[in-house]
Design a protein around this ligand. Structure first.
Ligand code: SDX
Length: 387
């Protein structure tokens, strides 16, 4: 086995390596816990704003604290004019395949940093202010970007709506139903935090150099984009669309089984399945599946059919490979049912995960040591440049 330096064994992908401590979240086979509260409890009884406060401030908000927090978020929804100007080009960039929404969002958050009065201040107070600003602005960036992609005028934020409701409103210009707002809200709760996942670890590494909050969040967005991580919610829906195209309009069990066998023979990765930590299933997946399926039943038979297809794929994966869906699999079907354009699924993940990333940046800054592991050298032996 290769070794780093002289002694330590190399663990590919750092699987199982304890890379640091956190008081924010505990990811276990048996439970997912945000600061002492179990995920099913939060999904059933809290709102996204309450969960974001819990993650950022470290405790459950009182009534007054929550009211103040919501007010602060609403007041920070507007984005700098320069960011708006950039977003007006979103449609052109997407049509030319020069960028996908995650790239545009990444750049927009970075530019927001130039206009943040606390940009270079890493104090706990400034970090918290910046965290709230970024959290409040991401739905506006996503909404304006989607408006521009559709060639429409920007929809202004609505101060009467929640983080989830306003996100849906800004993307569509239509007031969301109470059911859609609730489903979006719960999906944001489920996506908010997950200890040292790849994007959060990226954000902590950046914060560990004493770089700033915006830089760390931009790094998190860049890492989340990949289909092995947050990009899987889009990839999962694309995979289901591929299956539908290949098998035709009916959920013929034989055709689904044949499609899956071909995927197994070709050793394809099925998007939305598997997880580095969860080996018996992701606690978040059944919660979102249940909500999404209910939404589909309300919306009509074609959406129920999509869920039935997903359930058939899931059963084959579980029976034959013992690999279970992660949160991104039901997310794809759920957001599709809600009429959200597929390339915005991962940006919506950002609209939630900013709360977790920012909590980790603050935790890192509060007790910092540079994160700098070793590599096991596998290059050529020593040579002479002139000989
Ligand atoms: C997220 O880390 C987090 O917490 C992330 C996240 C969060 O909230 O932050 O939970 C969000 O990123 C969820 C994951 C989204 N990604 C996907 O859905 C992409 C598809 N899944 C995978 O490629 C994979 O399962 C990973 C990337 C999620 C995990 O990869 P690992 O831990 O490196 O596992 P692996 O690829 O080494 O797989 C182990 C075995 C392999 O088989 P063998 O070679 O041992 O025979 O399981 C198989 C893999 O082939 N396998 C799959 C599979 N996932 C694992 N086979 C087919 N399809 C899959 N999806």
């Amino acid at each position: 086995m290769a070794t780093a330096g002289t002694e330590a064994p190399v663990v590919k992908g750092l699987e199982g390596v304890i890379a640091g401590e956190t008081a924010i979240c505990n990811v276990e086979q048996s439970a997912l816990i945000y600061r002492g509260y179990e995920i099913a409890d939060l999904a059933a009884n809290a709102t996204f704003e309450e969960v974001a406060f819990l993650l950022l401030e470290g405790h459950k908000p009182s009534k007054d604290e929550l009211a103040r927090f919501k007010k602060e978020l609403i007041a920070e929804r507007d984005i700098p004019e320069m960011v708006k100007q950039n977003l007006r080009h979103a449609g052109e960039l997407v049509n030319k395949h020069a960028a996908v929404p995650m790239d545009i969002l990444r750049t927009a958050v970075s530019v927001c940093g130039h206009f943040d009065p606390d940009c270079q201040d890493n104090s706990a107070e400034a970090n918290l202010r910046k965290a709230k600003r970024i959290l409040a602005k991401v739905p506006t960036i996503i909404g304006h970007m989607q408006n521009a992609i559709e060639g429409k005028d920007f929809v202004a934020p609505d101060a009467s709506l929640s983080h989830a409701g306003n996100l849906l409103w800004m993307m569509t210009g239509q007031k969301p139903s109470a059911e859609d707002e609730k489903v979006m809200d719960v999906s944001l709760i489920l996506y908010a935090e997950h200890d040292y996942n790849a994007s959060t670890f990226t954000a902590r590494v950046i914060a560990g150099t004493l770089a700033d909050m915006h830089g760390a969040i931009v790094g998190g967005i860049a890492a989340l984009k990949g289909p092995l991580h947050g990009g899987a919610n889009e990839a999962a829906m694309e995979m289901l669309s591929d299956i539908r195209r290949d098998i035709g309009p009916e959920n013929d069990p034989k055709k689904i089984a044949d499609w899956m066998q071909k995927a197994f023979v070709e050793k394809r990765k099925l998007m939305g399945f598997g997880h580095r930590v969860y080996k018996n299933g992701d606690h978040r997946a059944p919660i979102l599946h249940g909500l999404g399926r209910k939404a589909a039943e309300k919306r009509g038979p074609e959406f129920v059919k999509l869920f039935e297809l997903g359930e058939a794929v899931q059963k084959i994966m579980e029976d034959e490979k013992k690999i279970y869906p992660n949160v991104d699999f039901p997310c794809g079907m759920t957001y599709f049912t809600m009429g959200i354009p597929v390339p915005q699924y991962t940006p919506i993940f950002v609209a939630s995960r900013v709360s977790g990333w920012a909590a980790h940046v603050m935790e890192q800054h509060a007790n910092n040591r540079l994160i700098r592991p070793r590599a096991a050298y596998t290059g050529p032996d020593l040579m002479k440049w002139n000989g």
